[in-house]
Design a protein around this ligand. Structure first.
Ligand SMILES: [Zn+2]
Length: 115
């Protein structure tokens, strides 16, 4: 029963051809280990053979003093390029670890081969 349901859901979805992930600098996940896990875990699933792209998103902070947004290596101590403030900044992005996009193959043949 479960296998049949799985087959049906695969057909409804079409074949997944590409998954794009966002991996923020602060997410604490190493991109290489995602790729390694992907290769190890996907055979036999509906993700088998599909492409994976991991986009590493930079850490962006908003200055505590002047509200300027800038990229930094650390959320703990980073000097604002505008005013020199080093602490208390807010994290704008860089913590996220999420699926950005999933591409599914249509039933019609793909004639546009651009990439
Ligand atoms: Zn500042």
């Amino acid at each position: 029963m479960n296998i049949l349901a799985d087959e049906r859901s695969k057909q409804n979805l079409g074949r997944i051809t590409k998954v794009t992930l966002q991996n923020g600098r602060l997410a604490g996940v190493v991109t290489d280990s995602i790729l390694f896990a992907w290769e190890a875990l996907t055979p036999g699933t509906q993700f088998e053979g599909c492409e994976i792209e991991v986009r590493e998103t930079p850490l962006v902070l908003r200055c505590f003093s002047c509200k300027h947004e800038f990229e930094a290596d650390s959320a703990m101590l980073a000097e604002c390029p505008e005013c020199g403030q080093e602490i208390g900044h807010a994290v704008v992005s860089g913590r996220e670890f999420l699926i950005e996009n999933v591409e599914v193959e249509d039933e019609s043949p793909d004639s546009d081969g651009g990439s």
